[in-house]
Design a protein around this ligand. Structure first.
Ligand code: FEO
Length: 382
């Protein structure tokens, strides 16, 4: 129970191998859905395709013989919308509530859908259930163009769609910040401007509870979560620290990354080392956004950079990586080119400060490269 009238009817997924086809979720995933009980009853979103029966069972328990009047579809991505038809088949008298884009996507995802009762709402429209009046606020690109969030003034609840979501099922305890950050940067990170708009709109509302589509319902200390979202969506570094992300084949580039790490730690800096070929890419991307400085260390490979470094840089630029200091370490046995390639990949990124010292290793570290690494450490501390 979330409030007297609002009940949780979502599901936990411990079967998923990769969320959205790419994210490892060691603690599973939750697809949240809610029922608002009033004179009229509204169900907020559905769940992933594999959990339709469980979800309908959860709803039936909460309804206790009553019939729902509305299904509000805030987001058409299938992790939330896959069971719209199953719902309409079970409750044919219910009206599906969405906006014009919602219904276009519904037609695309379900080309053979039978006729269903539909209510198309505009930005700012309201729907009265009784005591509860729902206001729909469009939040395009947080995370798809049809997304809307819903405010219930009576219980002061914001149904925030993917906003304030997190990886992890709800029957596993883990820290919010870490998995919410990895989720945000990975999935919504590109759309900071749109999240800023939503935060501005939300700041005019009196909110006591946030009900997202993933992760726990947030009831306390809302300022903490809103502050994190403000930092992430404005692309400000969250903490002072250096991520050293490396792509190494035989360990020589790794040795340089580690040597720099030691030099920085000796100077009192927080350092995180990431082996791009072996660690979860989403975690590496998350850390790049978390800290204020980034060192990219790569071997030269086919006159280019190692594939995992390519993937990493692409993931950063795709998410508008900006406002940070970046340094390069390159390695190459006969024609080191990695530094140039990495710099070119970040050419269009906004407000990056590049370190003057560029470390070039030819095959393995030596006394000269160690001096270069020390100079880089000095520069990164300034
Ligand atoms: Fe949780 Fe954008 O879907």
């Amino acid at each position: 129970m979330i409030t007297n009238d609002i009940r949780y009817v979502g599901v936990n997924d411990h079967q998923v191998d990769l969320f959205e086809g790419q994210y490892v979720v060691p603690n599973g995933m939750a697809y949240n859905s809610y029922v608002i009980l009033d004179e009229k009853i509204a169900v907020m979103d559905t769940v992933d395709a594999r959990f339709g029966e469980e979800w309908l069972g959860n709803i039936a328990k909460v309804l206790d013989g009553r019939e729902p009047d509305y299904l509000v579809v805030q987001h058409m991505e299938p992790d939330h919308s896959a069971n719209v038809l199953a719902f309409v088949e079970r409750y044919p008298k219910a009206t599906v509530v969405g906006n014009a884009k919602t219904f276009t996507m519904l037609g695309q995802f379900f080309p053979d859908a039978p006729e269903m009762k539909q209510l198309t709402v505009k930005d700012g429209a309201t729907l009265t259930l009784g005591k509860h009046t729902l206001t729909f606020l469009f939040a395009p690109m947080v995370h798809w163009p049809e997304v809307m969030v819903t405010y219930d003034k009576y219980d002061k609840v914001l149904f925030s769609a993917d906003g304030f979501g997190k990886f992890g099922a709800l029957d596993v305890e883990d820290e919010w910040d870490c998995e919410a950050r990895r989720y945000y940067i990975g999935i919504v990170g590109k759309y900071g401007m749109q999240v800023q708009k939503l935060l501005k709109a939300a700041s005019t509302l009196d909110i006591s509870i946030i009900c997202p589509l993933h992760g726990p319902v947030l009831k306390e200390n809302l300022g903490h979560y809103i502050e994190k979202y403000d930092i992430w969506s404005s692309y400000r570094p969250e903490e002072s620290g250096v991520l050293i992300a490396y792509a190494s084949i035989y360990g020589h580039t790794k040795a340089a990354a580690e040597a720099l790490g030691k030099e920085l730690e000796a100077r009192g800096q927080k350092v995180v080392l990431a082996d791009l070929a072996r660690e979860d890419m989403a975690e590496c991307v998350e850390d790049a956004f978390r800290y204020d400085r980034l060192v990219l260390a790569s071997v030269t490979y086919n006159g280019d950079i190692f594939p995992c470094m390519h993937a990493f840089l692409h993931a950063l630029t795709e998410r508008s990586y900006q406002n940070r200091t970046v340094a390069f370490i390159e390695n190459g046995t006969w024609a080191p080119a990695a530094g140039k390639v990495m710099a070119a990949a970040l050419e269009k990124s906004k407000n990056l400060t590049f370190a003057q010292e560029k470390v070039t290793i030819k095959s393995a570290m030596n006394a000269e490269t160690m001096e270069s690494i020390k100079r880089l450490a000095e520069e990164l501390v300034k």
